[in-house]
Design a binder for this molecule. Structure first.
Ligand SMILES: C[S@@+](CC[C@H](N)C(=O)[O-])C[C@H]1O[C@@H](n2cnc3c(N)ncnc32)[C@H](O)[C@@H]1O
Length: 300
């Protein structure tokens, strides 16, 4: 999808662009290669390690590449504090990076056995250890259901609370064993992915950050500027779809009901009706791209 991202995102080679999810700097590098020497890129990431890695990797662009360690929910202030009031294009490539999944000290993955953590931003207090060991059974069940769409949410929550009454659940491996104990050993991976995803979303408040980040992105885009979002699961995509639909609407609605005096000025136009999806070939090259959906819009 790299080529599609670049051609949708970049409309003016001398503009100011924002990579709101800098990660390992892969997209950032391609964007910088496409910009001319007057173009600028601001790279944001909540993870300080990502900022360090990308700064190092892209050091040759240092006069036109600015990094910001922040959550994209603060996108407008992060930009204005650095003297950028508008942007010609903003990219969100959501979720966690391969680096974060593979880096064992970050405690994201059910495939290894590390301390439960899952914070993108190590400066925040709430981590996965606290969620798993302190949340009530009801809150856990609700979390697994809402953020993981896990059918056995209640049974998994019950098993966690039962197990932690004996001793704290400290590692990803211990948590994975509890989930396996509930869902059985035949097809555990989907349930493991759903439960771990739910905890990660809670720890990083991912869905609310996304709502706020998208709203601010639409506001700071210059007329004709582009917003490109790649999401990896249905909860994210639903939020993107809704934010785009609301900003593109010429009438205000509450659910399916039209509100009185409903006429509003649309703020964006959608560049595609249906999201673009990863091809089978791309998934074979990069299995983590499975299920990725790309949506794009242009500011009016
Ligand atoms: C899928 S990776 C991005 C990979 C990047 N596009 C590349 O080409 O290397 C997502 C990155 O976004 C960051 N991230 C996720 N949610 C964030 C948020 N709310 N605010 C800031 N960064 C966030 C993660 O820390 C991670 O580094």
């Amino acid at each position: 999808m790299r080529e599609e991202v670049l051609s949708l995102l970049i409309t003016a080679a001398g503009g100011v662009y924002v990579d709101a999810t800098l990660g390992g700097g892969g997209h950032a590098e391609s964007i910088l290669q496409r910009l001319d020497p007057t173009g600028k890129l601001v790279g944001i990431d909540a993870d300080l390690d990502a900022i360090h890695v990308a700064t190092e990797k892209l050091s040759r662009y240092r006069d036109r590449f600015v990094t910001v360690h922040d959550n994209f929910r603060n996108l407008s202030s992060a930009l204005s504090q650095r003297g950028f009031n508008q942007a010609s294009g903003i990219l969100f490539d959501l979720g966690v990076s391969s680096y974060q999944l593979d880096e064992r000290s970050k405690g994201f993955s059910f495939r290894s056995d590390d301390r439960l953590d899952m914070r993108m931003d190590r400066t925040q207090a709430l981590d996965a250890h606290e969620v798993v060991n302190r949340y009530t059974e009801r809150k856990l069940a609700d979390l697994f259901w809402r953020y993981g769409e896990e059918k056995k949410s209640r049974a998994v929550a019950r098993a966690i609370v039962h197990r932690r009454s004996a001793s704290p659940i400290d590692t990803t491996g211990e948590l994975a064993a509890i989930v396996r104990g509930v869902v059985g050993d035949r097809f555990p991976v989907k349930s493991l992915a759903r439960v771990f995803q739910a905890i990660r979303i809670e720890v990083n408040d991912e869905l609310e950050s996304l709502r706020r980040g998208l709203e601010q992105a639409i506001t700071v885009l210059t007329s004709g500027g582009r917003l490109v979002v790649i999401s990896y699961h249905s909860l994210e995509d639903r939020i993107v779809k809704e934010a785009f639909r609301n900003a593109a609407a010429s009438v205000k609605r509450s659910g399916s009901r039209l509100l009185p005096d409903a006429q509003v000025q649309p703020r964006i136009k959608l560049l595609m009706k249906k999201p673009m999806q990863t091809s089978e070939e791309e998934v074979q090259e990069n299995p983590r791209a499975r299920g990725a959906k790309l949506r794009a819009a242009e500011k009016l």
